[in-house]
Design a protein around this ligand. Structure first.
Ligand code: BES
Ligand code: MN
Ligand code: ZN
Length: 504
């Protein structure tokens, strides 16, 4: 899908559909009177007699995402005028703009509409324009790649135009940047959507090589022998059960110019399938565990966007990738492994494998110069109990760094909620036989998992995102398909883009 910005007057916009946002509880003139505060363009306002009629009929109130289509409207070169509800005008924000664009794509694309122009409310800022562009790209994605008749190939929308006549803030650059970020998020979704028989750790490494080659990133892939030599016993212990070899993927972005010596590491959990290992998971729902590499997808997607948007901070992506399987060579409960950091871990539950591979990846990032670390991982089922499906869990050893992160994730339109990491919780992580066990007790499961990681991240400023309940949507939304969400990509990219500002 091509995405464009259009600043020309609306009467010049042609195509299959022009969409205009109308808000709740707003009066429209009965006549053809021009009402610029109600509708963003005088030409569209000519339809307002119809709108008033429509509202009076009760068929359209302006509620969010409500839609009515007029065919062959006057005053534009488009075939359809789609009136879409914007909700309360005072509540309209980039969040609604992103969703409205997604809703339009998802309702019009199946009707074989090839081009949509979304006319934004007058005086919309750059954030609204960018969000609309993102929403369109994200809305166009579907997880039906392996269906014989996939929607996205047969009925693909060709053009989405963000129309903001006379806007000084919304520019080609703004729209292009939004497109790059949303396409990176869709790459993450594509990877997460791959079943484990198609996406092994080796295939994920190939995907990383491809991104690196296309966008001039340096790429280094540690294989099993290299990791054995380094002593990554925790990562290798998890990999033992699978005949698919593990890798540690490293993608490096070097800026032309930096404003300091900071070096940001993005670390993503890349378990291409999680059976639980010998501490095996129940059969019911296990198929979903192909998404246990969503953190890896987010990291790879973010690195792709970062390579194109070129922030002025050094960023390296680390993706430990393994398959957590059951076999005669699999690691057992009670096994003790030695991590790259030198600490020993008693593997009390082989299903708590994410933290084991991340421990070695985080240590490796520190050994390779990372000054700040952010990881994203589908780490615990418990995060869904704590926060439901709307916020990622956020944890830190450095409040200032997390505050910066929460600021950028808000800008990026992703929700994260901090959970506590008081020293008391560390008491849950006691092993009689090794330095650490890999699980805590029954309570605070997401927090003990975070504490386990922290034992390896300290003292570097570090943020951990538990995305187990946000990386996969069980139900589609009107603006987003069900399946992989691509969460954390936008926050990762925004963190790198806002870096010099964020260092204060
Ligand atoms: N990948 C899972 C976490 C998960 C659960 C992600 C449900 C998405 C949905 C992780 O490896 C895991 O199995 N965690 C265990 C930890 C437990 C053994 C302490 C869990 O959450 O049950
Ligand atoms: Mn597991
Ligand atoms: Zn897992």
């Amino acid at each position: 899908m091509e995405i464009r910005f259009e600043s020309a007057p609306v009467e010049n916009v042609s195509g299959d559909a022009i969409a205009v946002i109308c808000f709740e509880n707003e009066k429209h003139a009965e006549t053809t009177a021009v009402e610029p505060s109600t509708t963003p363009d005088p030409e569209i306002a000519k339809q307002s007699g119809w709108l008033a009629e429509l509202r009076a009929s009760g068929e359209f109130t302006g509620k969010l995402y409500e839609q009515v289509t007029f065919h062959r409207p006057e005053g534009t070169g488009a075939k359809r005028l789609v009136v879409i509800g914007g909700g309360k005008r005072e509540k309209f924000s980039p969040v609604e703009a992103r969703r409205i664009a997604g809703v339009l794509v998802r309702t019009l694309q199946p009707k074989c509409v090839k081009s949509i122009a979304l006319l934004l409310p007058a005086e919309s800022g750059a954030e609204i324009g960018a969000a609309a562009a993102e929403g369109a790209v994200l809305g166009g994605w579907d997880p039906d790649k392996y269906k014989s008749d996939p929607k996205r190939n047969s009925k693909a929308l060709e053009t989405f135009i963000v129309a903001a006549p006379g806007s000084a803030q919304i520019t080609d650059t703004v729209i292009n940047r939004a497109r790059i970020i949303a396409e990176a998020q869709n790459l993450a979704r594509d990877l997460v959507n791959e079943p484990a028989n198609k996406l092994s750790p080796a295939a994920l490494a190939d995907a990383a090589r491809e991104v690196a080659a296309d966008h001039s990133l340096e790429c280094e892939i540690l294989d099993q022998a290299a990791m054995e030599k380094l002593g990554m016993g925790a990562l290798l212990g998890v990999a033992r059960g699978s005949s698919n070899a593990p890798f540690l993927i490293v993608l490096k972005y070097h800026p032309a110019k930096t404003f300091g010596s900071d070096h940001l590491a993005l670390v993503g959990k890349g378990v291409t399938f999680d059976t639980g290992g010998v501490s095996i998971k129940p059969a019911d729902g296990m198929e979903k565990m192909k998404y246990d590499m969503a953190g890896a997808g987010a990291t790879l997607g973010a690195m792709k966007a970062i390579a194109q948007l070129k922030p002025s901070v050094q960023v390296t992506g680390y993706i430990p990738t393994v398959e957590n399987m059951v076999s005669g060579t699999a690691q057992r409960p009670g096994d003790i492994v030695t991590t790259l950091a030198g600490k020993t871990v008693e593997v009390l539950n082989t299903d708590a494998e994410g933290r084991l591979i991340l421990a070695d990846a985080i240590t490796y990032a520190k050994q390779n110069g990372a000054t700040h670390i952010v990881d994203a991982a589908t780490l615990t089922g418990a995060i869904a109990i704590a926060l439901g499906h709307y916020n990622m869990g956020a944890f830190t050893n450095n409040q200032e760094f997390l505050d910066k992160f929460l600021g950028v994730s808000k800008t990026a339109g992703e929700k994260a909620w901090q959970l506590p990491m008081d020293e008391e919780y560390k008491e849950y992580l006691k092993s009689a036989f090794a330095d650490l066990p890999n699980i805590g007790g029954r309570y605070g499961g997401s927090i003990t998992a975070a504490w386990f990681l922290r034992e390896f991240a300290d003292p570097s400023p570090w943020v951990h995102l538990d995305i187990a309940s946000t990386a996969w949507l069980d139900d589609g939304r009107a603006w987003l398909s069900k399946g992989p969400s691509g969460v954390a990509v936008r926050s990762f990219v925004q963190l790198a883009l806002d870096w010099d500002g964020s260092r204060g």
